[in-house]
Design a protein around this ligand. Structure first.
Ligand code: COA
Length: 215
């Protein structure tokens, strides 16, 4: 696909197993059937409120798109979010977002992700988090990455632990209106550096940095 005129949409992260592509509307259209089918199984629910993915279709798809478009358009030095579609071969199978939190002051990022249910539990969740961390630390110069997951979200918590994040306390959030405890995790740059991968390629990052006010 030819590059767009908006640099964040041209960013790609390429690993031996999968690719993260800036979430263009074409890619979101490819992912739409997955969102339409739904990805929320029985409890425990993975996402804190508010969350479009908890809605019934077709409100779910509309709110999902609207949130992404809103997030794309909300770009300040202290607040930005890069949306990526996870591409496996030629298939769009999930999303992996990178969120700058007071990045101009603290160089902190956090992340958010989901995979189509058919593609879970085969190591892709860990690979896409590893990919987004490479973009954050290697590409954008992040100082630390945080993550949060409900205590019963085994997959997300295991991804964080496996990639060297350290426990960083807990917090409360609601999911579908019910309070539940979140594990907080933090990965500092020095800890990431000890496991830095040499097999991940970054594309289009230099052009994207000025859009995020990163020198
Ligand atoms: C979170 C998510 C992206 C992880 O992706 P994944 O491909 O399923 O995860 P992986 O296959 O890389 O597995 C990571 C680890 O979790 C374990 N795991 C994954 N799913 C599990 C499950 N349902 N129960 C128990 N362990 C599980 C794996 O065995 C692996 O453990 P290991 O590191 O000891 O080998 C995916 O499960 C998902 O989309 N979940 C729903 C949305 C969500 O929870 N998003 C995160 C919100 S904070």
């Amino acid at each position: 696909m030819s590059p767009t005129f908006y640099p964040p949409l041209n960013v790609r992260v390429i690993t031996p197993k999968l690719e993260l592509h800036g979430a263009t509307d074409d890619l979101l259209a490819q992912l739409l059937p997955v969102v339409r089918r739904g990805m929320i199984g029985p409890p425990p629910y993975p996402f804190d409120d508010p969350m479009s993915l908890y809605e019934e279709s077709p409100l779910r798809e509309r709110k999902w798109l609207q949130a992404i478009w809103r997030g794309r358009g909300t770009v300040r030095p202290d607040t930005w979010r890069l949306y990526f579609v996870v591409v496996l071969g030629n298939r769009a199978v999930g999303m992996q977002d990178l969120i700058g939190v007071n990045f101009d002051t603290f160089q902190t990022v956090t992340s958010f992700s989901w995979l189509a249910p058919d593609f879970r539990q085969r190591g892709l969740g860990r690979e896409m988090r590893s990919a987004i961390l490479h973009l954050a630390f290697e590409g954008l110069g992040a100082a630390e990455a945080t993550s949060e997951a409900f205590v019963d979200n085994t997959a997300s918590n295991r991804v964080s632990a496996a990639l060297g994040y350290q426990p960083n306390g807990s917090d409360w959030a609601t999911r579908r209106g019910e309070p539940a405890v979140l594990n907080r995790w933090i990965l500092r740059r020095d800890d990431w550096a000890t496991t830095r991968r040499a097999d991940i390629d970054l594309i289009g990052v230099d052009e994207c940095k000025p859009v995020l006010y990163i020198p």
